[in-house]
Design a binder for this molecule. Structure first.
Ligand SMILES: [Zn+2]
Length: 134
């Protein structure tokens, strides 16, 4: 079953997000590496929810320490909660990823991750809410 999608205008996003969340999540910016509180250091079991719609998009089960200063995962929490598109902002195109429900920009995916997928989903913690497992 296809997930229900949420569409928001910039004005609606502004009401929902802080300036930094808007810059990263809507304008496809990148938070500074090792930003305090960006969940890079979060090691407890639990789920990372999209700040735009509350969908659980990443799980501690798939999190690893990439050393980059951004929360990194080797796969999304569920295969259909994250979508990708090619980002031509840099000279070498990168693969951008965003929430499949509300479209909030999450980060980028690279092919230098650990097993079993070999993928490194490099995510901005500022667009996530972590909820530890009960
Ligand atoms: Zn979302």
């Amino acid at each position: 079953m296809a997930r229900q999608r949420i569409e928001r205008t910039d004005r609606e996003w502004r009401e929902l997000l802080t300036d930094e969340e808007f810059r990263v999540g809507v304008k496809e910016g990148t938070e500074r590496a090792f930003t305090p509180g960006n969940l890079n250091d979060e090691k407890r079991p639990g789920l990372f929810h999209c700040k735009g719609c509350g969908t659980p998009v990443w799980s501690s089960e798939h999190k690893f320490d990439s050393g980059t200063g951004w929360p990194s995962f080797w796969q999304p929490a569920e295969p259909d909660v994250i979508e990708t598109k090619t980002d031509f902002k840099m000279i070498i195109p990168r693969t951008e990823c965003h929430c499949a429900v509300c479209g909030l920009h999450m980060g980028h995916v690279f092919k230098d991750g650990p097993p079993p997928t070999g993928m490194r989903w490099c995510i901005n913690g500022v667009v996530l809410d972590f909820r530890p497992q009960e």
